[in-house]
Design a binder for this molecule. Structure first.
Ligand SMILES: [Zn+2]
Length: 223
């Protein structure tokens, strides 16, 4: 496989379709957000720099080799290191989605956030799609230290929230990564709606039942 259109046409269409859907629902504004998919040959398709997810052109997506060098298409998003860090530590990951989604960004700034679980166990679907979500501290855009911070999580989290910035979520498929990012955003929204109202979250017994029934692997939570 080389250059455009040889075997990756469906993936290109899927990236553009999911990107448009996310953009049109207000889940990432302007030219924010980016999507990547790891292909069978170890190369990557990535959304280009300064591209709105609402108006992607399948033929202009950036194709990168396994080392991150541009093979074809436009220059890739400057946020490639966020994606690479997750692929680096999660060998099963086939897609990564990064958004600047409002409620997740709001959540990332709250003082009570646990960096090992940014959200309490609110719904079964949050636990099933996202597991726990880790918080990575604020870094200036383009600072390579953010990739090191993600690598420091050692692949234990498929779902990471960058403080004052937004979520980065890996999945076994593009669809899984998109749905998990949406689940994180909607759960962050629920949390903000319920904040201060003393809501009932899932009990340890209810979580244990989900873990057993669906074979979830939640990161060990030491405190
Ligand atoms: Zn970003």
């Amino acid at each position: 496989m080389k250059e455009t259109g040889t075997g990756d046409a469906k993936v290109r269409e899927d990236i553009c379709r999911f990107g448009r859907s996310l953009f049109e629902r207000g889940l990432t504004p302007g030219s924010s957000g980016n999507i990547s998919v790891r292909l069978d040959d170890g190369s990557y398709l990535v959304t280009p720099t300064n591209a709105s997810l609402g108006f992607l052109d399948p033929a202009r997506l950036s194709r990168l080799d396994a080392q991150g060098r541009l093979l074809s298409g436009d220059a890739p998003t400057k946020e490639v290191p966020l994606h690479s860090a997750l692929y680096h530590t999660r060998s099963a990951a086939r897609a990564v989605v990064h958004l600047h989604s409002t409620h997740s960004v709001a959540l990332s700034m709250l003082p009570e956030i646990d960096p090992h679980a940014v959200l309490p166990p609110m719904t079964a679907y949050y636990l099933m799609r996202c597991g726990a979500t880790a918080l990575v501290p604020y870094y200036r855009p383009g600072d390579p230290a953010v990739a090191d911070a993600i690598k420091g999580l050692a692949g234990k989290y498929s779902s990471v929230l960058l403080a004052n910035h937004g979520p980065v979520v890996a999945g076994d498929t593009l669809e899984a990564a998109v749905f998990a990012t949406e689940e994180l955003e909607e759960t962050a929204r629920l949390y903000l709606l319920l904040r201060g109202l003393n809501p009932r979250f899932l009990s340890p017994e209810q979580i244990a039942d989900l873990v057993k029934k669906f074979g979830l692997t939640l990161p060990a939570h030491g405190h």
